[in-house]
Design a protein around this ligand. Structure first.
Ligand code: 2PG
Ligand code: MG
Length: 418
């Protein structure tokens, strides 16, 4: 067997889709006499969960404090020194070394952005050295299934300067087993929605994830517009055709005085009223999934929400779980949520990502691989979704190259698998 070894790691500062600096890491590995180099970049969220791993930013004047030169230095210095000579195919060893080197629980010393960049770049270079696509290298022979797209076509919350409290209005097109068909259906609905909005003289400019950000006030109006677009595109707003999914991002609504205050409408609700509100919406529209319907620390309300709607729809924990296997296991014990959103930069290493996926599976929870609102043109998320056997992928609207990069990579993977 040819020996594979990490030769070096390096990083640099690049820009994400929201115009903020982010980190790209590159790994060089040697296998036999050949050298291989691969890079991966790290995304960044606008609505971050309180329990996420620490994204290291420089502070100061440069880029309004958002520079990542300290994280870049972590990779070029300590991380490169610690990983050089290791076997890049031994992901769990690499990630353990990274965690021990950092020494903090939330990766705040070296930066979770530095650690994740290194973890991903090593995996990519190792796959390349073995002549395998990343999804196959990480997922093995079982990595044969494409996720369904959850496409965010109407934006609100902190992702758009409109009046909608709910952050994401998504559609899930069911392409009857074909990713290509699902993507086409979703894209047709996206274009139909543009016509529906234009006909009402509503804005068709887009938010951070490529979805439209019209000046509508209520979730009812937003859902009705989407249902109309589904019909206009020639589909049924129903399971088996095109359904709706929401990301409330309700951790942003938690009031310091207790209960919830919707940030834009200013409406106050108790947790119980909020759960009743979700039940009402679900009864009026073909909504099959609600993400972060209550706050990230409100385990009790999560359990109540799951008890009342969990048999009917998916209840997805994003800020609740932050891709942390321990929090996922706690959720399973308490009966909180029934699906887990997986965002690699919430936890910081690839090994932890797969551990969170395994924990979710053991509890019978669904798995959704997800982008961040700040993304780059890197398409690694698509390979991770297939490697993890994710049921769904969230990569925004079929617009803006940083969103379509992931969908286009999935099209290529589907082709390869056929
Ligand atoms: C979310 C994400 C991605 P952000 O809340 O699910 O859609 O947004 O990256 O801003 O956390
Ligand atoms: Mg979310």
């Amino acid at each position: 067997m040819l020996k594979t070894q990490i030769i070096s790691l390096s990083a640099r500062e690049i820009l994400d889709s929201r115009g903020n600096p982010t980190l790209e890491a590159c790994a060089v590995v040697r296998r036999g006499a050949e050298e291989y180099a691969a890079c991966a970049s790290v995304p960044s969220g606008a609505s971050t969960g309180e329990h996420e791993a620490h994204e290291l930013r420089d502070g100061g004047e440069r880029y309004g404090g958002k520079g990542v030169l300290r994280a870049v230095e972590s990779v070029n210095g300590e991380i490169s020194a610690a990983l050089t000579g290791l076997d890049p195919t031994d992901q769990s060893r690499i990630d353990t070394v990274l965690r021990c080197l950092d020494g903090t629980a939330n990766l705040s010393r070296l930066g979770a952005n530095a650690v994740l960049g290194a973890s991903l770049a090593c995996a990519r270079a190792a796959a390349m050295a073995h002549g395998l696509p990343l999804y196959r290298f990480l997922g093995g022979a079982a990595a044969n299934r494409l996720p369904l797209p959850m496409m965010n076509i109407l934006n609100g919350g902190v992702h758009a300067a409109n009046l909608l409290d709910i952050q994401e209005f998504m559609i899930i097109p069911d392409g009857s087993g074909s990713f290509q068909d699902a993507l086409r259906m979703g894209t047709e609905v996206y274009h139909a929605l543009k016509r529906v909005l234009s006909a009402r003289s509503l804005s068709t400019s887009v938010g951070d994830e490529g979805g439209f950000a019209p000046m509508v006030r209520t979730a009812n109006e937003a859902c009705a517009l989407i249902v109309e677009a589904i019909g206009l595109a020639g589909y049924n707003a129903a399971p088996g055709s095109v359904t709706l999914a929401l990301d409330a991002a309700a951790s942003e609504w938690v009031s310091p005085e207790g209960g919830y205050v919707m940030p834009k409408s200013g409406k106050s609700m108790t947790a119980r009223q909020l759960i009743t509100y979700w039940k009402g919406l679900v009864s009026r529209f073909p909504i099959v999934s609600i993400e972060d319907g209550v706050g990230e620390n409100d385990w009790e309300s999560w359990t109540q929400l799951t008890a009342s709607l969990g048999k009917q729809i998916m209840l997805v924990g994003d800020d609740l779980f932050v891709t942390d296997p321990a929090r996922v296991m706690r959720g399973i014990e308490l009966g909180a949520a029934n699906a887990v959103l997986i965002k690699p930069n919430q936890i910081g290493t690839l090994s932890d990502v797969f551990e969170a996926v395994r924990a979710a599976r053991r509890g019978g929870y669904r798995v959704i691989m997800s982008h961040r609102s700040g993304e780059t043109e890197d398409n690694i998320l698509a390979d991770l979704a297939v490697a993890a056997g994710a049921d769904f992928i969230k990569s925004g609207a079929p617009a803006r190259a940083e969103r379509t990069a992931k969908y286009n990579r999935l099209l290529a993977i589907e082709n390869e698998l056929q």
